[in-house]
Write a protein that binds this ligand. Sequence first.
Ligand SMILES: Cc1cc2nc3c(=O)[nH]c(=O)nc-3n(C[C@H](O)[C@H](O)[C@H](O)COP(=O)(O)OP(=O)(O)OC[C@H]3O[C@@H](n4cnc5c(N)ncnc54)[C@H](O)[C@@H]3O)c2cc1C
Length: 318
Amino acid sequence: MNILSVIINENDDLNESSLEIFSFIDQLGSTNKISSLVFGGEKSAISKLCSDEIFYASVENSEALNPNNVLKTMDKFLSDKKFDLIVFQKDDISNFVAPALSFRKDFAYLPDVKKFVSKNESEIKFVRPVHGESAEAIYSVDISSTIIIKIRKSSFEIKQLSKQNSIVNEIILEEQDENTFKILETEKVKSEGIQLDEAEIVISGGRGIGSKEGFDNLKELAELLNGALGASRAAVESEWIETSHLVGLTGKWISPNLYFTFGISGASQHLAGCINSKNIVAVNKDPDASIFNHSKFGVIADCNDFIKEVIEEIKNIQ
Ligand SMILES: Cc1cc2nc3c(=O)[nH]c(=O)nc-3n(C[C@H](O)[C@H](O)[C@H](O)COP(=O)(O)OP(=O)(O)OC[C@H]3O[C@@H](n4cnc5c(N)ncnc54)[C@H](O)[C@@H]3O)c2cc1C
């Protein structure tokens, strides 16, 4: 198969998690031809991507990296190239571009792919969640014409895949005069400390934390453990913490080594974003809380008392 991976870099450095796309493509077999289309980022990092061929659109002004321009560039790029599979990742720009491109080019589109199942001459099977995360369905896709898929973040383990440094072909980021997407306002969140989707340890709080002050303790614990701070929707909606910390279906998708939850019930929409964590440790006062069905270690306790004890204990050890 001829596969195109699309990578959007909003920063100079290549985001580690964007390498997941290559772990996914690796599962599809070793005889595929892999091309990458990269928007933004440092050219030196891009040449190490695991691709046979790389196309790179440099971005001088960060405002220019927007869905309208990426869509126009891809439309033009695909006018003289044919791919069997085009793979996007879930990010702010791809969320707009992937479905719009599918409509323009009349390509099939499957978002939210979290597993590859099998492939033969005529079809390829993928798993994606259905019914608000309460079930998974296997989708069989006809590969006689181009398919666009969008993979879920934190669903594929990042592997160091070896490839020779490839030649990077520069292309121009097209500027769209007429806007397909009218973006009224963009508010960039200033990222502080360790990023949620790259942290090895994440400490999350939910409604059970009960107050904004409770989150100060969680923040202290996260700092002590060199981890990132997360939250459930109930905590975000109570305005105890900013939306950028939300974990779950409508927030960040994470797969840390250690995921601590304090006062979180384990709703399916929250679990969607953290179920790939290697170890979940849950603290909840309700022994029947469903988070315990998914956690490796469970503590039945008042979460605020427990956090204070853990902080004290860690300070004693350090
Ligand atoms: C379309 C849609 C998308 C959504 N997306 C998301 C999402 O991305 N992320 C997300 O998190 N949610 C999401 N939700 C909301 C989700 O369904 C839940 O409502 C939410 O996750 C609940 O948050 P919670 O576990 O903090 O609160 P609750 O479900 O109210 O649970 C609070 C828990 O804290 C425990 N508790 C209370 N006090 C204490 C205490 N003192 N000590 C210890 N434990 C205590 C309780 O026993 C309970 O288990 C979404 C919902 C919808 C419909």
